[in-house]
Design a protein around this ligand. Sequence first.
Ligand SMILES: Nc1ncnc2c1ncn2[C@@H]1O[C@H](COP(=O)(O)OP(=O)(O)OP(=O)(O)O)[C@@H](O)[C@H]1O
Ligand SMILES: [Mg+2]
Length: 284
Amino acid sequence: MTTAELAAPPAEERAQAEYLLEARKIEVTYDRVAIAIQGVSLGVPAGGRVALLGTNGAGKSTTLRALTGFLPSEEIEVTDGEVIYEGESLVGLRPHEIARRGIALVPEREKVFMTLKVMENLLSTPVGSNRASRAEGLERVFHFFPQLERKTGLIAGLLSGGERQMLALGMALMTNPRLLLIDEMSLGLAPVIVEELVGVLSAINRELGVGLLVVEQNAEVALGLADHAYIIESGRIVLEGTPQRLREHEDVQEFYLGRRASRDGEAASYQDVKQYRRKRRWYG
Ligand SMILES: Nc1ncnc2c1ncn2[C@@H]1O[C@H](COP(=O)(O)OP(=O)(O)OP(=O)(O)O)[C@@H](O)[C@H]1O
Ligand SMILES: [Mg+2]
């Protein structure tokens, strides 16, 4: 398989893709001058499982935030392209307006109110687009996270990292979303906890038909959970495809899965040359 095939899915595959949420060539600028991401296009079908994989500073959080809206006080805006949800543009809408449409963000930081109890955190969320009742919301949350039900009276700051992530996911579920956008769920958590959370996310996707867009630095999590994945580097999508296709790609193996490609005659001291080649392969 050639890189060109990987980078650009066949035209018929693109044409058939029906996205619930789609970013079309978006550019996001901080402080009016600093362009953080450029020409980023990606889509999440209804009930789909999509991953955005990239290293530190690649533009993953910026992309998610562009899809979920900015506050008026923030010096950040979508300066080019479109974000389309159910055929309607989301650009310029505020976070609460986007959340009301059924898109729930689990942010990278400050995902729960640390000084409030677990139950207070869950009840702090607005009801979703279909006006689901609080009781239904809590039932849904405790079905997927029974562990939280036993800790409802505990201050969130006393939860373990894994439980805090469960609470953040639970708060998103309270809104009865059609789409869950999750920023680095696996960060700082033990592999066994991450595995458990991935299992719960799969169940949420399967049982409720909730679409997932997970942002990850952890390739195993991203490729294990998704049925379509994008790789972002320096603010641009450099590769996309099914997890299987991406796993077969030499650069993904080397740079994201930590498996050194065995290319005859190439010594480690040729790192620079290799970096250059890698860029050429992805951008060329
Ligand atoms: N509020 C901000 N003001 C100015 N620049 C910002 C701001 N937030 C992020 N950036 C810049 O935008 C670029 C992308 O950052 P972003 O947080 O989207 O990356 P990321 O892929 O989520 O990284 P990480 O894995 O570390 O979370 C970086 O160069 C970063 O410095
Ligand atoms: Mg981030």
